[in-house]
Ligand binder design. Structure first.
Ligand code: ZLS
Ligand code: CA
Ligand code: ZN
Length: 373
């Protein structure tokens, strides 16, 4: 497989932010991922960059000034007092006002905007920001561990140069914030694969297809517990192939949320590392400019394994990687096998049991056949 120019965004400060004791979202996983990427010797094979942090002005190209200003000023101490104006920007325990929350957002968003610029300038064929992928953030509200929507900001940057952008979301949760941002646009197609049914955020049925000019340009693939590599591939590949054929995107943004892996603390799917990475490999071989972003992922050692492996996939060196982990700073976390792998477990695949997977696939394909160009 031919070489690709890869740009990799990493800010060594990102791992130090914490949402608070007992919160499932751990920015530290980005540092563990980076450590594996480093231990495998991948840094010499790509452009490693620290992004310029996103400014409040840049964030306001999607979010309201009022909300950005709030995030800039809120502290753990003032969080209570600052839910004024009758407006609640931070809702519940999912989105605490942690120390440095604004800087954390500016790193995450800066990386995704930087990734978009590397793509549009032609300096990279694939750009990676594992600190991005925070798909639930809304125009004027934080949601589901996400405050600033780095994905929307990255896509807006791509739209300055490209007519059409495809957004694909393999996080176990519905990519609601990105879908909503482009719901009435025919220049951005969004496609989310997610667990649906008594699961956060509760949106993403196949009836939600976009509105106005954007009708048909939001694709949702609702799934049930226990989906395996084989089942996932049997819906991902045909649906994405049909999208590529009908929509012909100039660039693709792939949100690689790894809570869709087997054994995730919050997820309920049964994908292996290789099954998850198969989505990255499939997109890479399309030869369309590609951005890879992080997202969910709550079993830290598996997140790190998978994103490190997917970095290798971007470079096209995955077949040369030694699946016995090299020594690294967090080596003991990876016991008892010390392998670069996430194995499946014995949970039942509820998607094949009642034939729902086939129905969901056929319905998505039908939506795409009816797309009015
Ligand atoms: O897609 O399900 C919910 C909302 C609640 C239940 C949880 N409580 C705290 C608030 C109200 C209905 N929230 C989800 C959000 C999942 C976000 C996924 C993000 C992404 O992967 C992209 C990055 C949720 N699931 C699990 C929790 N929240 C959760 C579990 C444990 C805790 C600790 C910290 C906080 C409160 C106790 C918390 C949240
Ligand atoms: Ca998803
Ligand atoms: Zn998620």
């Amino acid at each position: 497989m031919s070489k690709r120019k890869v740009a990799y965004f990493y800010d060594s400060d990102v791992g130090a932010y914490t949402y608070g004791l007992g919160h499932p979202m751990k920015p530290h996983r980005i540092r563990v991922t980076h450590d594996l990427v480093t231990a495998y010797g991948m840094l010499d094979k790509m452009h490693v960059l620290r992004a310029k942090r996103a400014t409040p002005e840049v964030m306001s190209s999607f979010h309201t000034d009022e909300y950005v200003h709030f995030l800039q000023n809120v502290t753990p101490e003032t969080a209570e007092r600052m839910t004024f104006h009758g407006t609640r920007f931070l809702v519940g325990e999912d989105n605490p006002a942690f120390e440095g929350v604004f800087e954390f957002c500016s790193i995450s968003a800066g990386g995704s905007i930087g990734a978009a610029r590397k793509i549009t300038s032609g300096a990279a064929d694939i750009a990676i920001n594992w600190a991005g992928g925070l798909h639930h953030a809304k125009k004027r509200e934080a949601s589901g561990f996400c405050y600033i929507n780095d994905i929307v900001l990255g896509i807006l940057e791509l739209l300055r140069s490209y007519p059409r952008v495809l957004y694909i979301d393999i996080d176990c949760h519905h990519g609601d914030g990105v879908e909503e941002a482009f719901y009435t646009s025919n220049r951005v197609m969004t496609c989310s694969f997610h667990k649906f049914g008594e699961y956060f955020p509760g949106t993403g049925t196949q009836e939600d297809r976009g509105r106005g000019k954007g009708k048909g340009y939001a694709v949702n693939v609702p799934l049930k517990d226990g989906i395996t590599d084989e089942s996932y591939k049997s819906v991902f590949q045909p649906v994405i192939s049909k999208i590529l054929e009908t929509f012909r995107p100039s660039a693709v943004v792939l949100q690689c949320g790894s809570d869709s892996l087997a054994g995730d603390k919050l997820g309920c799917f049964n994908l292996t590392m290789k099954g998850h990475a198969a989505c990255v490999q499939f997109m890479r071989k399309q030869n369309i400019p590609l951005i890879l972003l992080g997202g969910g992922g709550y079993t830290v050692k598996n997140v790190a394994r998978t994103w490190a492996f997917e970095t290798a996939c971007a470079l096209g060196i995955e077949d040369d990687i030694d699946l016995n982990l090299p020594w690294n700073q967090y080596f003991e976390w990876f016991g008892p096998r010390y392998r670069l792998e996430v194995a499946e477990n014995n949970m039942e695949d509820l998607n094949v049991k009642d034939g729902s997977l086939e129905r969901v696939r056929e319905k998505a394909l039908e939506q795409l056949r009816n797309l009015i160009p």
